[in-house]
Ligand binder design. Sequence first.
Ligand code: 5RP
Length: 235
Amino acid sequence: MSGQDPVTVMKQEVGRAAAQRVKSGAIVGLGTGSTTAYAIQFIGERIQSGELKDIKGIPTSFQARVLAKQYGIPLTTLDEVDHMDVAIDGADEVDPNKNLIKGGGAAHTQEKIVDSLAAEFIVVVDGGKLVDKLGSTFLLPVEVLPMAMTPAMQAIEKLGGKCQLRMGVKKAGPVVSDQGNLIIDAKFDNIADPAALEKDINNIPGVLENGLFVGVADVVLVGEVKDGVPSVREM
Ligand code: 5RP
């Protein structure tokens, strides 16, 4: 790994490990983010080498769709399949019960649909994403319809979250999701009951989906680098 940033190496190795678990004939949910991008790349390479056959991918975002096309993964949609074998996706925080905060890429709405439908949902993270309690390091993303932004923020504040509208980088104004909505990032300190908060936020009129993924992950693969040597362990 000479010269490579350790976090990048961890992401590559964990992406490779997840891609190795995909079997020929599988319908695969393709997550979003920089770690999953490596899994998509390695699945594509296994297809191109002839090692993997008859794979169909279901992307969770514009980014995943573009990467899948770039690496030669045939795509399908939820209308055309009756099951999904596996989904691979990243996370922003993972707690000891494998509950997650996702949405760093504003893609959590499609991600939750796809990841929850998979027979096996494999989470790929570097070691820096592990936390004792959700909410300790990352703001909770909430996708809202634009016209509901103000009342939704007020309702989230009543639940204890400090809200900010996610702003674009190299774009004036807010981040707009793949569905054309806005993202509110809410600071909750140490979320005590993720399942209850997930439901309470999704009950607010105008909220499409929040980034709490409770009881969805089956396997968490964690990339680590110790003494300059990368490894992957299953949590
Ligand atoms: C996108 C996500 C990502 O999976 C999450 O933000 C992790 O991304 P990365 O692998 O780049 O750290 O939830 O909405």
